[in-house]
Ligand binder design. Sequence first.
Ligand code: AMP
Length: 404
Amino acid sequence: MHFTEFNFHPGLQEGIEASNYETATPVQEQVIPAILAGKDLIASAQTGTGKTAAFLLPIINRLLEKETSGYVRALIIVPTRELAIQIAQHVEGLSYFTSISSLAVYGGSDAQNFVGEKKALQMGADIIICTPGRLIAHLNMGYVSIKGLQFLVLDEADRMLDMGFSDDINRIIAQLPRKRQTLLFSATMPSKIRKLAQQILTNPVEINIAISRPPEKIIQKAFLVHEPQKIPLIKYLLTRKPYKRVLVFCSRKRNVKLLTKTLKQNGLKVEEMHSDLTQSQREDVLAGFTSGRIPLLVATDILSRGIDIDTIDLVINYDVPRDGEDYVHRIGRTARAEADGMAYTLVGEKEQNSFFAIEKLINKEIEKAKLPEFLGPAPAWRSPNKNNHTPFKKHSAGYKKRRS
Ligand code: AMP
């Protein structure tokens, strides 16, 4: 589903485009309409599924329907300071072309930050992303403008309970207006989460996105590359060994077409598969691939789910799939039945966040392979903990001045 189909506020749509989001992930397809319809929600969704944007987009859109009130209007409670900063950057990127203001409030920061947070909480930043303890410290001082709260989000709720935040969360909730929309996200659904949900949610919509994991026998490797190195690297990988059947995935049709054309020019027997083909063209290509007439196929995610061909021995990701589930589905095309399989992922410098999110999702560190020397120097891997989701140069996660 394309994001334009949600008819979001134009400023928000601009932020979505600037973030390079085109189509909604499965979690987003289910969560966004429920939130827009004003429902409470409990969703089991892990990092890497696009869950953050799934709740941020409808919240921002709903907040834009009304003038800013001078109250905090959405409160997002998270277990760690890193997650608070990451979500604040996400908010800032998505709401960049709107009047929405936001602030990350987290423990461990200095006294000066506390003063800045106090000011923003008094003035009523639209969206506050906070860790429980630090918010309580502010709430206890009595100046937080919380009367107009419309949304409460508990993100990674299972982790918060595991970290012993249960009492803090109850104390915060006791101070919030009863009439509000509450959204609870949790990777797992143990009974203590169900109990919490019963206490704080009203007739919630329940969304369960089961995460599959790739089979252990798939050998997964990743190359960090500069964009212009991608096509030469694919040519190299394809000619290193004789493969019977290879599938290359690209997120965009444009790249599928460009890559297919270049590989053809290099004498490779290759076809393309994407949504611009007619149904009969698609069937023809798929039949050729299944029969072995076409040994190499470049495709969009149109082909990442559902095709069942047992002997694909190599899957190459030309780019990092935007949704972690797509990664699992893409590489799951290889090593089916008894066969072994290889999966290479080409990670552009700017795709590292999405790549680390995938590693988190599948709970596995993917081997980082060395780029062949003749392709020139590769970029250096960043630390997985340093997140930056903003598509813009640099913004602090602090209080954002209102734009008129
Ligand atoms: P999350 O599961 O919220 O941690 O998101 C994982 C990664 O996917 C983040 O880097 C997001 O910026 C990115 N992302 C979320 N939704 C989309 C989308 N619809 N298209 C492309 N990337 C997305």
